[in-house]
Design a protein around this ligand. Structure first.
Ligand code: HMG
Ligand code: MG
Length: 299
């Protein structure tokens, strides 16, 4: 049964920019967020309070939060891998953060330098501090449809890690196909297995489009009622610890598909396409949104 409404979580300012090789001006990051909110996006992951040694692109996260003109009704969030990151999120006055782990041991080691179990233990004080400040915590599970180091990942393992994140206090868990190798039946099976341990309304899809399967995989999960989709304008993004992984599914492509199926999401596609063109030009890269390219060619 398809959902009537979908929540879009825009991750381009974080996932989209973290993998760029070039230096990105703070003013560009701020303008990107401004444009995204102007196009009607209500949930934006604006940065990560992660180690600048590991992810230099997100080094200016504190200044970004200080300078950003925030609007009421928009949910701004950031990644917080540890207590240090969470303390920064509290100081920045954010109302939502995200912790991240994976369904693969090897990937967790490369990405956050610890085991899955250690990562979950590390989140205990992070989530405790968040609760003290009424900050909502989202959880990410990476490698839900495959791992760059281990290959196949079982749907049961994904559900097990997802359940632990809910038990720790996450209000929503986002399921990441980090390397974009998944295909629809597998996505369907994985989502179904997570539905055994959580209500559908708390499970998000975070699919990278490396193999061009993301929209098909999203649709396969939407048939099971899935109603939260992470995406990135112009298909920006990729994980530095997943070699060859390309960006998230493009927000423009998701919105076009939802519009075509009369599923409400409250986003202005035209403005979004302009933003995708603008950021692609700024970063001197190809626009990875099929819909963005098609609409550009039709003008
Ligand atoms: P570590 O080296 O094990 O930790 O890193 P540490 O505690 O030994 O700290 C090392 C240095 O980093 C120290 O500095 C700390 O102060 C500093 P030094 O003393 O050497 O000068 N540090 C920090 N600085 C700022 N903010 C912090 C912070 N923490 C430590 N929060 C750590 C552990 C988790 C910090 C590190 O591994 C890290 O930051 N990794 C970044 C991982 C990351 O951001 N990956 C990309 C995002 S995840 C992703 O893309 C997947 C996702 O999109 C879903 C999907 O697609 O599947 C979410
Ligand atoms: Mg990602």
């Amino acid at each position: 049964m398809l959902p009537k409404k979908v929540k879009i979580v825009e991750v381009s300012p974080r996932d989209g920019l973290q993998n760029e090789k070039q230096v990105i001006e703070l003013s560009t990051k701020l303008e990107l967020i401004q444009r995204l909110q102007d196009s009607g996006l209500k949930n934006i992951e604006i940065t990560g309070f992660v180690s600048p040694k590991w992810i230099p692109q997100l080094a200016e996260s504190e200044q970004l939060c200080q300078k950003l003109q925030r609007h009421t009704g928009i949910n701004y969030s950031a990644l917080t891998p540890n207590l240090k990151g969470m303390e920064k999120a509290v100081a920045a006055g954010l109302q939502e953060v995200a912790v991240f782990t994976a369904a693969s041991e090897s990937f967790t080691k490369k990405n956050i330098n610890c085991s899955i179990e250690e990562s979950l233990q590390r989140f205990v004080p992070v989530i405790e501090l968040a609760k003290q400040h009424d900050i909502k915590v989202r959880g990410y599970v990476s490698c839900v449809l495959g791992c760059p180091y281990e290959g196949e990942i079982s749907a049961d393992k994904v559900a097990e890690v997802t359940e632990k994140l809910f038990q720790l206090g996450c209000y929503e868990v986002s399921l990441g196909d980090t390397i974009g190798t998944g295909t629809p039946r597998k996505a369907h099976e994985m989502f179904k297995s997570c539905q055994q341990i959580a209500d559908t309304q708390y499970l998000a899809l975070h699919f990278h489009n490396t193999y061009g399967q993301a929209l098909a995989n999203i649709y396969a999960c939407m048939e099971l009622g899935s109603e939260i989709i992470d995406s990135s304008v112009a298909g920006l993004g990729g994980c530095p610890y997943a070699k060859g992984a390309s960006g998230n599914v493009a927000t423009e492509d998701v919105i076009y598909m939802l519009n075509g199926m009369n599923i409400e999401c409250g986003i202005n596609l035209e403005k979004l396409v302009e933003t995708g063109n603008w950021i692609s030009e700024k970063l001197n890269r190809l626009n990875n949104s099929q819909v963005g390219k098609a609409l550009n060619n039709s003008q």
